[in-house]
Design a binder for this molecule. Structure first.
Ligand code: ADP
Ligand code: MG
Length: 542
C-alpha cells in the first residue's frame, strides 16, 4: 500500500491540471508544498512579498490563458496576497491562490496566525474553499482551477490547514480527477448577431473598441479580418493595444477623443464601459451612440449603457459569427465607409518617392496635405502661393513635368488637388495626354468646396425642389467621375474608394512613365480637418 502526503497530493493534482508555474513565499506550513510541486515538475519562483507573487501568477494566467499558482503562508501571508487577488479579480484574470492555515484542531483557540481565511477571500475571489479531507484535495483543486478560467476569469482560493500538509493517506483512497478541459466556447444568439450586423452596416461612423478581454481571448486573427474586411476604424484600450498593431492604418488612437465622441455605432470587444471608457456616456460619447456589446459575462451587458445588441459569447467565436454575415453579403460595409483626408494622405505619403515634385491646391486638401506630405528637396513644392490662387495646379504640374523630363532627373510630378480646385483647369489633362507627360493627379474628392454632400442627400435635395434654391452653394456633383475625364484623352483614370484601391492605383501610376494618371479618390464628404485646439488661432478671432 503506497502512502502519499497532503503536499504530494496537492502537487500532483496541480500537475494534472497542467499547472506550470508557482510563485510564492514559503514558511510554516507550506514549505513542503513548494518542494512537492518542484518534485512534480512545476517551476517554483520564490518571491519577496506575497502581493508581488500574486501579481506574477495572474500575469501568467492572462498571457497564457492557463492559471498559475500563488502559494502563501497563513494569516499575514495570505492577507498580503489580497491586493493581488483583488487585482486579478477586477482585471478578470485567472489565478489560483493556495494558502496554508492554522491546524484544524486549534481553530478558535487563538492558533498561530489564525484568521478566517476562507471567508476573507470571498470578497477577492470567485471561489474560496477548504478541502474537508486529504482525499478531497484533487477535486477541490480541479474545481478551483476550472472556476478560475471558465466563464469570466478570476481569482480562486484553496485553504490548506497546516496539519493536512504532512498527514498521510493511502494513495488508493484519494479521489484524483483528470485535467479539466479548456473553457467551453459559447456563441452568441444568431438573431442578435444578425441584428448587430445590420446596425453595423447602417453605421455612418462605426468604431471598434478592442479591450483586454479580446487580448485574453486570443482573438487577434479574427479581429484583424473583421477590421480589414469591413474597413473598420479601431481604438485599443490600454491593454487592448497590440491585438492589432498600433501602426495599422485603421488605428485611430491618435484621435481617441474625436473617435469616441463621433462614433454612431461602437462594437465593444472585451472592454467594460467603466472609468477607462468614461462609462460610455456624454460628453465623451455621442448621446445616441449604439453599442454592440461582445462579452462572455451576461451580467456585464448593459452596465452604464444599454446595448443595441448584446452578443453573449467568446470574442473569437462571436467575431467569427460576425465575419460570417459580412463574408456572405460581400463588402457592402466597406463601400459605405469612405476614407477621410488623413487616411488618404497617410497612404500617399508612404508611397511617394522622396524626390518627387508635389504640386498642391485646394482648401482642406492643401492645408492637411502640407502637414502630412513631406518634401525633401528645394523647389519641389508648388501650391496656391501668396495669392491663394485656385486653378494654378495643373499648369504648374505641366511646367514641372516638362522641366524634369528635359533634365532627365527621374523626379516624378504629383499633383494633389481638391475636387473644386481641379475643376478650375481640369481640361489641361488633355495637354498632359497630348505631350505624354507622366503627371500623377490625385483628386481628393469630397463633392464640394470645403465640403459637399453624399449622393443620398443630393437625391433628397433634388426631391425638395429647384436645386438652385436648395443646394448649398458649396456643393458639387456627388461622386463626379473626374477619372473618366482623364481616360477620355488616353490617360489612366482610377476610381478609388478604399485604402487598397488607393495603394494599388498609386503604385500602378508610379510605374507608368508614358502617360498621365488621375486618381479620383472619393472621401467622406463630411471629412474635415482636425479642430483647432487653440481659440486664438481660429478664424473668428482674426
Ligand atoms: P479594458 O480594461 O481593456 O477596457 P476590461 O477588463 O474592462 O477591458 O474588460 C474585459 C472584458 O472582457 C470583461 O468584461 C470580460 O468579461 C471580457 N472577456 C474576457 N475574456 C473574454 C472572451 N474570451 N470572450 C469574451 N469576453 C471576454
Ligand atoms: Mg472639395
Amino acid at each position: 500500500m503506497e502512502e502519499v502526503t497532503g503536499a504530494q497530493i496537492i502537487a500532483e493534482a496541480l500537475r494534472v491540471q497542467n499547472v506550470e508555474y508557482m510563485f510564492g513565499i514559503v514558511g510554516v506550513p507550506v514549505i513542503e508544498v513548494a518542494m512537492a510541486a518542484q518534485a512534480a515538475g512545476i517551476k517554483y519562483v520564490g518571491m519577496r512579498n506575497e502581493q508581488a507573487a500574486c501579481y506574477a501568477a495572474q500575469a501568467i494566467g492572462y498571457l497564457t490563458g492557463r492559471a498559475a499558482v500563488c502559494l502563501v503562508v497563513s494569516g499575514p501571508g495570505l492577507i498580503h496576497a489580497f491586493g493581488g487577488m483583488a487585482n486579478a479579480n477586477v482585471n478578470c484574470w485567472p489565478v489560483l491562490v493556495i494558502g496554508g492555515s492554522s491546524d484544524q484542531n486549534q481553530e478558535t483557540m487563538g492558533a498561530f496566525q489564525e484568521f478566517p481565511q476562507v471567508e476573507a477571500c470571498r470578497l477577492y475571489s470567485k471561489f474560496s474553499a477548504r478541502p474537508s479531507s486529504l482525499e478531497a484535495i484533487p477535486s477541490v483543486i480541479e474545481k478551483a482551477f476550472r472556476s478560475s478560467t471558465y466563464g469570466r476569469p478570476g481569482a480562486c482560493y484553496i485553504d490548506i490547514s497546516g496539519d493536512m500538509v504532512n498527514a498521510r493517506v493511502d494513495r488508493d483512497r484519494v479521489r484524483f480527477v483528470s485535467c479539466c478541459p479548456p473553457p467551453p466556447v459559447s456563441l452568441a444568439e444568431p438573431s442578435a448577431v444578425g441584428d448587430a450586423a445590420s446596425v453595423l452596416k447602417e453605421a455612418k461612423r462605426p468604431l471598434l473598441i478592442i479591450g483586454k478581454g479580446a487580448a485574453y481571448g486570443q482573438a487577434e486573427r479574427e479581429i484583424k479580418e473583421l477590421v480589414e474586411l469591413c474597413g473598420l476604424p479601431f481604438l485599443p484600450t490600454p491593454m487592448g493595444k497590440g491585438v492589432l498593431p498600433d501602426d495599422h492604418p485603421n488605428c485611430v488612437a491618435a484621435a481617441r477623443s474625436r473617435a469616441l465622441l463621433q462614433a454612431d455605432v461602437i462594437v465593444l470587444l472585451g472592454a467594460r464601459l467603466n472609468w477607462i471608457l468614461h462609462f460610455g456616456l456624454p460628453p465623451r460619447f455621442h448621446p445616441q451612440v449604439k453599442i454592440i456589446q461582445v462579452d462572455l459575462c451576461a451580467e456585464e451587458m448593459g452596465n452604464n449603457v444599454r446595448p443595441i445588441a448584446a452578443l453573449l459569447g467568446d470574442i473569437r467565436a462571436v467575431v467569427s459569427q460576425l465575419l460570417g454575415c459580412f463574408r456572405k453579403e460581400g463588402l457592402a460595409l466597406r463601400q459605405a465607409l469612405p476614407m477621410n483626408y488623413y487616411t488618404v494622405f497617410h497612404h500617399v505619403a508612404q508611397l511617394l518617392p522622396r524626390d518627387c515634385v508635389i504640386v498642391s491646391e485646394g482648401a482642406n486638401t492643401m492645408d492637411i496635405g502640407r502637414t502630412l506630405l513631406h518634401n525633401y528637396l528645394p523647389r519641389h513644392r508648388l501650391d496656391a502661393g501668396t495669392f491663394g490662387t485656385m486653378g494654378v495646379g495643373l499648369g504648374f504640374a505641366i511646367a514641372a513635368a516638362v522641366l524634369e523630363r528635359d533634365r532627365r532627373s527621374g523626379h516624378r510630378v504629383v499633383c494633389v488637388e481638391g475636387d473644386s480646385a481641379f475643376g478650375f483647369s481640369g481640361m489641361e489633362v488633355e495637354t498632359m495626354c497630348r505631350y505624354k507627360l507622366p503627371v500623377i493627379i490625385i483628386v481628393v474628392n469630397n463633392n464640394g468646396i470645403y465640403s459637399g454632400v453624399d449622393p443620398d442627400t443630393w437625391r433628397e435635395l433634388e426631391k425638395m425642389g429647384d436645386l438652385t434654391t436648395v443646394a448649398p452653394p458649396v456643393t458639387l456633383l456627388p461622386d463626379a467621375r473626374y477619372d473618366e475625364v482623364m481616360a477620355a484623352f488616353g490617360g489612366r483614370g482610377f476610381l478609388v474608394r478604399t485604402q487598397e484601391e488607393l495603394r494599388s492605383a498609386l503604385e500602378l501610376s508610379l510605374q507608368d512613365w508614358e502617360r498621365p494618371s488621375l486618381l479620383n479618390v472619393l472621401i467622406d464628404p463630411a471629412s474635415d480637418r482636425k479642430q483647432q485646439e487653440f481659440s486664438w488661432l481660429t478664424r473668428s478671432n482674426l
